[in-house]
Write a protein that binds this ligand. Structure first.
Ligand code: DQA
Length: 147
């Protein structure tokens, strides 16, 4: 069975209580449950992980190598700073979609830069939690050719 890993960075476990105007009201558990359900319906295993810690994210991403066929990653604030997460995505070698809930281009200049942009397959931003589901639709289509 093809496997997709979904990885969320710092403070994304606080969705629903954190700046809901920017990030939406849907809690992370609900987003994850919807992604697992999409995978189940299509015969794709979906595993989710969240951490506030850069090193834990690096380890988790690196461990996806040869174990997961697709990665959906929102590194949160580390997207703007982390060379280590760039290197982990590169090492893991699974096609990766970078997801951001908010529209980074419309926010502070320090959010306009993504260290991982050059090693991901594509990016979705500004569509709220729906961005994760659109990424999952793409992953499923690519892995099993149907939803
Ligand atoms: C975010 C955008 C980041 O700039 C921010 O630090 C986050 C969330 C997003 O999903 O819009 O924590 O990754």
């Amino acid at each position: 069975m093809p496997r997709v890993k979904v990885i969320h960075g710092p403070l994304l476990d606080r969705l629903g209580e954190r700046e809901t105007d920017l990030y939406g009201a849907e809690p992370l558990e609900e987003i994850n449950a919807s992604l697992v359900a999409m995978g189940k319906a299509a015969g794709v295993e979906v595993d989710c992980f969240q951490s506030d810690h850069e090193g834990d994210l690096v380890t988790e991403i690196a461990n996806c190598r040869d174990r997961y066929q697709f990665l959906i990653l929102n590194p949160a604030a580390y997207a703007h700073t982390s060379v280590a997460i760039h290197d982990a995505v590169d090492f893991c070698a699974a096609p990766t979609i970078e997801v951001h809930l908010s529209n980074l281009a419309a926010r502070e200049p320090f959010r306009h830069q993504s260290t991982i942009a050059r090693v991901v397959l594509g990016r979705i931003e500004g569509l709220g939690p729906e961005g994760y589901r659109l990424a999952m639709r793409y992953a499923i289509e690519r892995l099993v050719g149907h939803e």
